[in-house]
Design a protein around this ligand. Structure first.
Ligand code: SF4
Length: 235
């Protein structure tokens, strides 16, 4: 498929996706704190609220400036990470590696202290999750990924300067392709792979999970190299 064909399909796909329709938050294009669209995730949210009343326990919004050129896409909030703190990738192991790498490569400034009021600032970079609510066992169902896709779609659409997307893991890769209307065969997943779709450059990375780093699937050096490639691309 040519880039121009992909670009046209991308626009058509994003136009044809229904916009967010659940209760809407004060923040544009984000779900309300009690979004009811995924019954299983709603039940899990309410159970976590009962068990951990001081946790965030709500759909986690994107973090970072809307005019950023880079968007990082994770899968869903971690139970004791973003679901606890309310900021993507904040408070669990994946965040330790992600934010250290962003600080190291100039996409963040300040210090990361695993809490949303640590003053860390993202630079020309935004972080989101394909699914806004924490799923049991970190595994959203395909229907939940699909149901939350309009919010993810809106995140892409509201970023006027977006040029690069880093997709953390295969599921983030797959749902990003679906959202953009790109055929999987035209952009196969591989760590370090890059795919051009119209005006967007997509970068694949293994997810920065504890499991992937403990097993050596992903090293800090491999992860840093992805963001160095993004830096190089954005100039
Ligand atoms: S995952 Fe998305 S669509 Fe589903 S309940 Fe949460 S915010 Fe709503």
């Amino acid at each position: 498929m040519t880039n121009s064909t992909i670009e046209q399909k991308t626009k058509e796909s994003r136009r044809s996706s229904a916009g967010p329709s659940s209760s809407v938050s004060g923040q544009s294009n984000e779900p309300g704190p009690d979004c009811p669209l995924c019954p299983r995730l709603k039940d899990y949210r309410e159970a976590n609220r009962a068990q951990h009343p001081h946790w965030f326990n709500a759909p986690v919004y994107s973090f970072g400036p809307i005019d950023a050129q880079l968007l990082i896409v994770g899968l869903a909030p971690g139970l004791q990470g973003a679901n606890r703190t309310g900021r993507p990738f904040t408070g669990d192991f994946a965040g330790d590696l992600l934010y250290a790498t962003l600080l190291d490569t100039g996409f963040a400034q300040g210090s990361y202290e695993a809490r949303p009021d640590d003053g860390l600032t993202l630079m020309d970079c935004r972080i989101t999750n394909a699914v806004r609510c924490v799923p049991p066992q970190n595994k959203p169902l395909p229907a939940e990924i699909k149901t939350c896709r309009p919010f993810f779609n809106a995140t892409l659409d509201e970023m006027p300067r977006l040029r690069a997307v880093v997709m953390l893991g295969r599921v983030a890769h797959d749902t990003t392709l679906k959202t953009l209307g790109v055929r999987a065969a035209d952009a196969p997943f591989a760590h370090g792979a890059q795919h051009q779709t119209g005006s967007l450059r997509l970068f694949d990375s293994y997810h920065c999970s504890r499991y992937n780093t403990n097993t050596g699937v992903l090293t800090p050096q491999m992860f840093r190299a992805v963001f160095a490639s993004v830096q190089n691309y954005l100039g």
